[in-house]
Each structure stands twice: as structure tokens, then as C-alpha cells.
Ligand binder design. Sequence first.
Ligand SMILES: [Zn+2]
Length: 199
Amino acid sequence: MEDTLSNQVLVLNRLWQAVNIVGLKRAFGLLFQEHAKVIHSDDGNFLIYNGEEWVDYSLNNPSKKESDSLKTINYKIRIPKVILLNQFDRLPMKEMKFTRQSLYERDSSTCQYCGKIGQLKDLNLDHIIPRERGGRTTWENVVTSCIKCNSRKANKLPHEAGMRLKRKPNKPKWRPFVSYKLNGNIDTAWSQFLQVSKY
Ligand SMILES: [Zn+2]
């Protein structure tokens, strides 16, 4: 069984929150060991099937598309897009790494002094307390700034430069595990279960 991209299955916890993305082998394993059920959307309604019911459904509703099914010795089973775990109700979270990119993401690519939303080339990072004056490179002391504000502020503290921060910068909250794994390839069957998280 090949785990190509189209054969990836979104896993939801009992609260219908996306918690993982697994290959087909793992998905069928969970399904037939009764650890999970299939969530299948039919005309906008969600129907839930256990392993046995899913086999029946596959037999009664064969898909026209070859790639939607998996051939076993005895029958063709449809490939589920989303499965629901029976037990698990945690939401695994990941800590956001401190990088230029995550700082821009935390600040929504918005200059924290003038509020201008910038393109990457117009943005810079500003140390609120300048490094020369002991300011550290941390979530709390570094903000997104446009180049203009950045040069205006230079080595001053904000009040010395007559500038004010739009908001107090914080370390971002941990964010759901799944958003880390997605690289823009979101199956339409998944989209209703995935919230695009800001941070
Ligand atoms: Zn600015």
C-alpha cells in the first residue's frame, strides 16, 4: 500500500478536532481495530461508519474513480478521507519556533508601530529595547516593523522616538499539531475540519 498524498487521511479526536494526518495503512488499522470510524460527507451530511459498515458502504456505492478505492483480495474498499477516533480527546500542540517567519506570522505581517501591513521585502524585525542597550532577542522584545519605522526608531526606546507599540508582544500560544504538517494541500473533505490558525 503506497502512502501517496491522495492516500492521506485526516484524523479527528472525539471532539472533531483535527489531530493528525496518517497514511492509509494506519487509517485502516485504526478502523478495523475499532479505534476509529469513518466520517463520510454525502450531500453535505456527515455519516459515520465503523469498519464493517464502511465495507458495506463501499460495496453498495462503488466509486467511479479508480483512485478512490483500494483493492483487497475480496473486495474494493473506498478510501476514507477523514476518520474519527473513538477514545482520544486531547489536542496535541506544538510550540512555535522562534524565527523571523514566525514573528511575522505572530504579528500578521503588520508593523507594530504604524500598523502598516507589509510585504516581506518591506518588513524588518525591531528590538524594542535595542540590543546595544541590553535588549534580548526574545518573543517579548522583538516585533515586526516596517523599514521606515525601523530606521526612525533606530537605537532608541519607543518613547524616546515618539513611537508606540500597537500591542504588547507575547510568546505565541502553542498551536495545533496538524497545521504544521499542511503545506497548502488541503483536501476539500478536510477543509471543514481545519481552522487556519493565526498562532
Ligand atoms: Zn511602520
